[in-house]
Design a protein around this ligand. Structure first.
Ligand code: SF4
Ligand code: SF4
Length: 194
């Protein structure tokens, strides 16, 4: 059609409208497919992705251990079962200063002292109530002679009335059993490796 010198193709305009409509419909359909994650479902993308994760870890080193035969490494600073240490000559380190008793926020420590025949002061009673202890480590930090310590031992239970009280004898015995590890850990901590 010639309209004031401008040629207008009516058929061409109709085709353009159809193309625009078709493009709009296709866009809407794609948007709906993406919104409902149909692509992943139809192409099994999620399943393949999951299988890939399984296969990629199948040959990597095992992340599990056979507890209790195997144990994970324990930090030298781990705060486990309490103990009292001795010097290498067998003398008990504790001098009965009661700093640990005073600093314990749970009031778990009970100490009584008396002078020995040689005039030095030693404890006659050193009880720690495991039910009260929160393994905070403040007693260890306050001790001037590195006597009271928290060992790396974490596998212990109390299964009878009264066994929650760790007496001086028990604490010293725990210290004797764990002394090798305690000495090594403390050497590493003082070196700055712990
Ligand atoms: S670890 Fe903390 S709560 Fe336990 S006896 Fe020492 S200071 Fe008290
Ligand atoms: S364990 Fe240490 S802080 Fe506690 S009474 Fe003995 S020397 Fe003092």
């Amino acid at each position: 059609m010639d309209f004031c010198g401008i040629f207008t193709d009516v058929r061409g305009s109709a085709v353009n409208i159809y193309i625009a409509l078709a493009g709009l419909i296709i866009t809407v359909v794609i948007a709906v497919i993406i919104k409902n994650q149909w692509v992943g479902r139809v192409t099994l993308y999620e399943l393949i992705k999951g299988l890939w994760v399984t296969q990629s870890t199948a040959l990597s080193p095992k992340a599990t251990i056979q507890f209790p035969e195997e144990n994970l490494p324990v930090s030298p600073r781990f705060r486990g079962l309490l103990a009292l240490r001795r010097y290498p000559n067998g003398e008990e380190r504790c001098i009965g200063c009661k700093l640990c008793e005073a600093t314990c926020p749970a009031l778990a420590i009970t100490i009584e002292t008396a002078p020995r025949d040689d005039g030095s002061r030693r404890t006659t009673r050193f009880d720690i109530d495991m039910f009260k202890c929160i393994n905070c480590g403040l007693c260890e930090q306050s001790c001037p002679v590195d006597s009271i310590v928290l060992t790396p031992e974490q596998h212990y239970t109390v299964n009878d009335r009264g066994l929650n009280i760790l007496t001086k004898d028990k604490l010293l015995k725990i210290g004797e059993i764990t002394e090798d590890r305690l000495a090594k850990d403390r050497a590493n901590i003082h070196k700055g490796d712990g």
